[in-house]
Design a protein around this ligand. Sequence first.
Ligand SMILES: NC(=O)c1ccc[n+]([C@@H]2O[C@H](COP(=O)([O-])OP(=O)(O)OC[C@H]3O[C@@H](n4cnc5c(N)ncnc54)[C@H](O)[C@@H]3O)[C@@H](O)[C@H]2O)c1
Length: 337
Amino acid sequence: MTGAAGFMGSHAVDRLLDAGHEVVAADSLVGGYRRNVNDSVRFEVCDLADRTAAANLIEAVHPEIIFHYAADATEGRSQFTPLSAMDNNIAAYLNTLVPAIDLGLKKMVLVSSMSVYGAQEPPFDESMPRLPEDVYGAMKASMETATEHLAQVHGFDFAIFRPHNVYGERQNMADPYRNVVAIFINNVLRQRSFYIYGDGQQMRAFSYIGDITPTIVDGGLSEKSNGMVFNVGSDEPHTIEELAEMVRRAFFGDQDWPEGTAPTYVPDRPLEVKNAYCSHERAVEVLGFSNLMTLQDGVDRMVRWAKEFGPQEPAYLSEQLEVGHDRAPVTWRERLI
Ligand SMILES: NC(=O)c1ccc[n+]([C@@H]2O[C@H](COP(=O)([O-])OP(=O)(O)OC[C@H]3O[C@@H](n4cnc5c(N)ncnc54)[C@H](O)[C@@H]3O)[C@@H](O)[C@H]2O)c1
C-alpha cells in the first residue's frame, strides 16, 4: 500500500487489516502523517520518487498486489509545481510498478482521478477519452495508459479507480492548496473567513471516504475488476456555495456566519474545470458500489472530527512555487488561507 500515511490510503490500510490481509504500508511523509497509519501495520518510510529506494523496498517486500495511492494530489497547484507532479505521480508510480513486475506482481490497483476527463461534458463515464486539462490530470492519464500497456506486454492484472472530491475524517486540513471541504472547515475552526474562487457556482459531487474505500479495496481485490476502469464517488453534485452553506449549518445551525467569518470571493483559479462529476453505473453494476452518505451528513461528521482534532496552521511550501509565482492564485501568493 503506497501513500499509506495519507488521507485515503490510511483508511484503505485499515480495511485491508480488518479483512486479515498482510499489509506493508509505505509513504514518504511528504504529504501524509505517521499518526494516520494503523499501529499494527508494518510501515516503511520510502520516497518512491527515488528509483533506488523504491526498488529496494519492492525487492524487500515482493508484493502480490499493490494498491498505489501515493501522489502529489494538489491538482490546482500542479500548474505551478509540475516537477513535483512528475516526481511524485508518474515517476514514483513507475519506480514502484516496474521492479514489482519481474518479482511476481499479480495485480496493480491504481488510484487515479476524475481529472483525466478534463473539461468534457459531465457526467463523465468511463467510455470517454482521457483529455486532461491540467498537469496533475496529465500525469494520472499517463499512469493509466502506462499500466494498460505494461499489463498487456508483461501479463499482470490491474484495476484503475477514479475517485473525485473525497472528504472525511483524517483529511489533511493543513494543506492550503487542495481539499476545499477541509479548507472551509479549518478556517471556520480558526475563526476566519474562507475564500471562494470565482462565483462559487462550480459543481462538484463530494464523496465521503467511508462510501468509497470499501469499493476501491474490496473491488480492487476482486477478480471482477481485472482490466477495468471505474469511477467511484458521490452522485450528488453541489455548487461550492452550497457546500459553504452546509459547513455553516454544521457549525452554527440556523444562525448566520459569526462576524468576519462569512466567505470571501476571489478571482477564478487558472485552468479550474467548472463542472465536474461522474456516472458510477459501472462500479454499481460490477462491484455493487453504493453511496450512503448525504453531503450534509458527511460534512456534519467531518466537522465533529475536526473539532476534536483542532484547528491546523496552513502548511505552505517552504520555497516558492516552481514556476510563475506571480500568476498563482492570490490566496497562495499572499498566504491568505
Ligand atoms: N482526495 C481526493 O479528493 C482525491 C480525488 C481523486 C483522486 N485522489 C487520489 O487518491 C490518492 C490519495 O489521495 P489523498 O487525498 O489521500 O492524498 P494525500 O496527500 O493525503 O495522500 C497521498 C500520500 O502519498 C504520499 N506520497 C506522495 N509522494 C510520495 C512519494 N514520492 N513516495 C511515497 N509516498 C508519497 C504522501 O506523503 C501522502 O501521504 C492520490 O493518488 C490522489 O491522486 C484523491
